[in-house]
Write a protein that binds this ligand. Structure first.
Ligand code: HEC
Length: 185
């Protein structure tokens, strides 16, 4: 029994907050600590060269983005179609190339360029959700973007489910539709 509990704790399954990621940690001055194991979370989708702000320089090669969500929140979403408190998303941006090894066409991913976090912490943030960006590989903590940031604005206005872009995550669309939480945007 004790051993099972310890194992559950080690896996982050026994978290009392339900949807909480075991990787959600802040510094004393309210910065988010970089989640080190987000690559072990649930993979949702990748975008290639997506642009939704100013149009990008066409000479620049497109970048990939890969979206992950913490497993506890993912399991809750499958049940309810909604994101529980302490849901944490990671979006990593990676360079793309077509040249290397045996490749003759198409593009594959390269090194990490940035890591962005979208986090629901209802008691800490009046906007419920907050955004963070880790621009450098050695950056260990990040301050939340202000409540009036472009991040908040676009996600609030266009996200299909509770400020998140479920319309671009193909395995979640049917879940949200079935639970009635999907808004076409
Ligand atoms: C003009 C619209 C727009 C703005 C501004 C924007 N995003 Fe997003 N964001 C998107 C879209 C579209 C996706 C879906 C990406 C995909 O499908 O790969 C997304 C996805 C994300 C995700 C994955 C989780 C989710 O909510 O779906 C994170 C994390 C994220 N954005 C962080 C940020 C941060 C940090 C900022 C501000 C620095 C920001 N975004 C600004 C449109 C926007």
């Amino acid at each position: 029994m004790r051993r099972a509990l310890l194992a559950a704790l080690a896996l982050g399954l026994a978290d009392p907050a339900g949807g909480a990621s075991s990787e959600l940690r802040y510094t004393g001055d309210g910065q988010l600590l970089r989640p080190e194991r987000y690559r072990e979370w649930i993979y949702l989708s990748s975008g290639l060269g997506m642009t939704y702000g100013a149009v990008q320089d066409p000479r620049r090669s497109p970048r990939f983005d890969n979206v992950f969500v913490n497993p506890e929140a993912y399991r809750a979403f499958l049940q309810s179609g909604a994101w529980p408190d302490k849901t944490m998303f990671a979006l990593e941006v990676r360079g793309a190339t077509s040249q290397g090894s045996i490749n003759k066409g198409g593009q594959y991913q390269q090194s990490l360029e940035a890591l962005e976090i979208h986090l629901k912490d209802e008691r800490r943030f009046p906007t419920r959700w907050a955004f963070f960006a880790f621009e450098r590989a050695d950056q260990q903590s990040a301050k939340p973007f202000p409540a009036t940031s472009r991040c908040q604005e676009c996600h609030h206005e266009h996200g299909a489910v509770d400020e998140t872009f479920v319309q671009f995550y193909p395995t979640l669309i049917p879940v949200a539709r079935a639970k009635g939480t999907f808004t076409a945007r």
